[in-house]
Design a protein around this ligand. Structure first.
Ligand code: FES
Length: 167
């Protein structure tokens, strides 16, 4: 049985973290940006990654988990190349977000929270994205898409598939 590799920050990243920590009164204050770095480097925050973050910052695992489990922007599971987060809060819901979620899931053949078998798309629901004027809003990776309808989603998915899964 081969050993599973434990995730480790690169030396360059560790130096970046050290510089960041030096700007705060305590290492714990740097937790949010370091978790963003970890998610960028490792794709998602597995328990092993969270342990590594705790070790690097001199925190307990529970201190890291308190933050990871509070914010929806942190992922504990791998997700598709395109993470499609549909806001289903009041303004978006009134403008068809629930219909949109159903449409996306039907088109992709998955349920909310699932990833397509080819690893390309994950659909999730999130609370207010803070762009209510453009409801319904879908955040795809780091970009906001506003006033989204079914035709827009169809075009996006078809174009993404045409690119062969490259975001
Ligand atoms: S309710 Fe959807 S962005 Fe605010």
């Amino acid at each position: 049985m081969s050993a599973v590799e434990t995730p480790r920050f690169s030396q360059e990243r560790l130096e970046e973290i050290q510089a960041l920590v030096a700007r705060y009164p305590g290492a714990r204050s740097a937790l949010l940006p370091v978790l963003h770095m970890a998610q960028e480097d490792f794709g998602y925050l597995s328990l092993d990654v969270q342990r590594h973050v705790a070790e690097v910052l001199g925190l307990t695992l529970i201190q890291v988990r308190e933050v990871v489990t509070f914010y929806t922007m942190f992922r504990e599971q791998p997700c598709g190349t395109y993470l499609m987060e549909v806001c289903t809060n009041a303004s978006c819901m009134l403008n068809g977000a629930d219909r949109l979620v159903r449409h996306m899931c039907d088109k992709l053949g998955i349920k909310v929270g699932e990833t397509t078998p080819d690893g390309m798309f994950t659909v999730t629901e999130v609370e207010c994205a803070g762009a209510c004027g453009g409801a319904p809003v879908v955040q795809i990776n780091n970009e906001y898409h506003e006033n989204v309808d079914e035709a827009y989603i169809d075009r996006f998915i078809d174009e993404a598939r045409g690119k062969g899964g490259k975001a």
